[in-house]
Design a protein around this ligand. Structure first.
Ligand code: ADP
Ligand code: MG
Length: 376
């Protein structure tokens, strides 16, 4: 297929921070951008040529996207996969609606991961109340997760006994769930792969991720794990992209267990919060890769230019009376880059921005990043 070149119009479903950083990358390369998002203040709208301010399933807005965009992508997985399949009848859509549908449902997702020959935590798929009337001990203590619409730790209940698991399932209203064995994690890491075709793949350096209340807090790159283990995570991410015949940017989250084995946790069919370090520290960033892949261009090189630490800025950092944090020190730190997403309302847990700190080693970057966060 012929490559799509500037100044073609590119469309994106969703106008949050991921859509905003996509729009910046696309505009920088000379493309035009249309964003579909129902929020008049969508962070991506500030950088878009066209903002279709309508619901994601709005037929007229989807028709405009199909007619005016040379290619369409998404910034979130909970977009209607059928709408993406419909768009694909008239324009180029990546990733495919089929791949997005896989990432939307933990039951389908895990079976695909296993089918690709990769390990997951032991899990039980629960589609109806009969499914949970079996011996649950292989999955306990465990986490009951809703199959759909969970993110940032939402839709999850920790359970230790079969009674607790069954009660929690009933409490979630009997919706489809997975009961996953709670594993002892040494670390969490992620690998982000860009795939245009089997012959055209590039994978970013592995990030080490720490979470706070189920939300990503800090990513450290390179991950402080053995190089062979990092290479194996990259390899697994690539083989998953291949198994899915995936086109676009695919993020793969892993658990590192006590014996240094890797287990796939979940995937995201888009750039990922743990890849924001690439904006500062890689030759090509993850949003440039998203643009390149959807346009059928070769992925760019993913070399790490320097050890780097990314720190998320949640609404919790804002002052109680609504005042901004003290940006003065962070904004002029010579080895730091501040990114704010232009969201009007700061709320606890809401992702408002992030900053990247580069230093000679990952440990040094971490130390400096923590000190900078303390100045806010
Ligand atoms: P989300 O979609 O909310 O990111 P995840 O499945 O990634 O959901 O779970 C969020 C976090 O909860 C993980 O990053 C990890 O810290 C923890 N977690 C999830 N599943 C397990 C598990 N099976 N064993 C141990 N910790 C887990
Ligand atoms: Mg996760």
């Amino acid at each position: 297929m012929a490559a799509i070149l500037p100044p073609s119009m590119l469309g994106i479903l969703g106008g949050g921070q991921l859509g905003r950083m996509f729009a910046v990358a696309a505009k920088t390369m000379g493309y035009r951008v249309t964003v579909l998002d129902p929020d008049a203040n969508a962070p991506a709208a500030q950088f878009a040529d066209v903002h279709l301010c309508a619901p994601f399933n709005d037929a007229a807005a989807l028709k405009t996207l199909a007619q005016t965009c040379a290619a369409v992508t998404t910034e979130f997985e909970n977009v209607n996969a059928d709408a993406m399949r419909e768009l694909a009848r008239t324009t180029r859509v990546s990733p495919s609606g089929d791949c997005v549908a896989i990432a939307q449902d933990r039951i389908v997702e895990k079976s695909w991961i296993n089918k690709a020959g990769l390990p997951t935590a032991p899990y039980l798929a629960i589609e109806s109340v009969e499914d949970i009337q079996v011996e649950l001990s292989p999955y306990l203590p465990g986490i009951l997760k809703t199959a759909r619409l969970g993110y940032d730790g939402k839709g999850q209940v920790r359970v230790s006994t079969a009674e607790e698991a069954r009660a929690a399932y009933a409490n979630l209203g009997g919706q489809a769930c997975v009961l996953e064995k709670m594993l002892e994690l040494k670390l969490e890491v992620s690998a982000i792969v860009t795939r245009v075709s089997s012959a055209q793949m590039a994978v970013f350096p592995v990030a080490e991720n720490s979470h706070e209340n189920g939300i990503l807090d800090v990513s450290i790159v390179p991950a402080r794990i053995a190089p062979a283990l990092a290479a194996s995570a990259q390899q697994m991410a690539q083989s998953l992209a291949e198994a899915l015949d995936y086109v676009g940017v695919l993020a793969v989250e892993f658990f590192v267990l006590a014996d240094d084995s890797l287990v796939v946790n979940e995937i995201a069919p888009r750039p990922h919060n743990s890849g924001h370090y690439t904006l500062t520290a890689c030759l090509t960033d993850q949003f440039q890769q998203q643009v390149r892949a959807m346009c059928g261009l070769l992925p760019g090189r993913t070399d790490l230019l320097s050890p780097v630490v990314m720190v998320n800025l949640l609404g919790d950092v804002w002052k109680e009376d609504g005042r901004e944090p003290n940006w003065d020190v962070l904004a002029e730190a010579p080895n730091a880059q501040l990114h704010l997403y232009g969201k009007k309302q700061a709320r606890p847990g809401r992702k408002m921005g992030h900053f990247n700190v580069m230093a000679a080693t990952a440990d040094e970057a971490l130390e400096q990043a923590e000190a900078l966060k303390d100045t806010l």
